[in-house]
Design a protein. Structure first.
Length: 129
């Protein structure tokens, strides 16, 4: 992101592309910006599959997650909501999908999500910014 980018969730920006550096766009499209999260997994702060972490100022998202019980899950690098829309779906739809993940959680379902994530990343599918 460029200097002086507002410190808000991307979906709250009117034109997020104006704040994105070229290299940032490439890193984002290839999901390479997620690699540092491997450190969080090693620390036990994150898992591979779970709801994406919310930003500190995403009160709307956090409130919906609490209401759906999704806040009890550890955040993940990828999740059911990400493979079903990533940046293209509303926060309400994300929380609905995270709730579905909570109900369907299993090793097989996690494996399916990881495979779907790999396919989406290779196809650069669902990235808006």
């Amino acid at each position: 992101m460029k200097k002086n980018t507002p410190n808000v969730a991307t979906h709250l920006l009117e034109n997020p592309e104006q704040y994105l550096l070229k290299i940032g766009g490439i890193l984002r499209k290839l999901s390479l910006d997620e690699l540092p999260n491997l450190i969080n997994i090693m620390r036990g702060e994150m898992v591979f599959v779970g709801p994406r972490p919310a930003l500190y100022n995403q009160d709307d998202l956090m409130a919906l997650r609490v209401a759906a019980g999704v806040d009890k899950l550890k955040p993940g690098i990828t999740g059911w909501a990400q493979v079903n829309g990533r940046d293209e779906i509303s926060i309400e739809e994300k929380v609905r999908l995270e709730g579905e993940y909570l109900r369907r959680r299993s090793l097989w379902f996690d494996f399916r999500i990881v495979v779907m994530t790999f396919v989406r990343v290779v196809k650069v599918d669902g990235v808006k910014h």
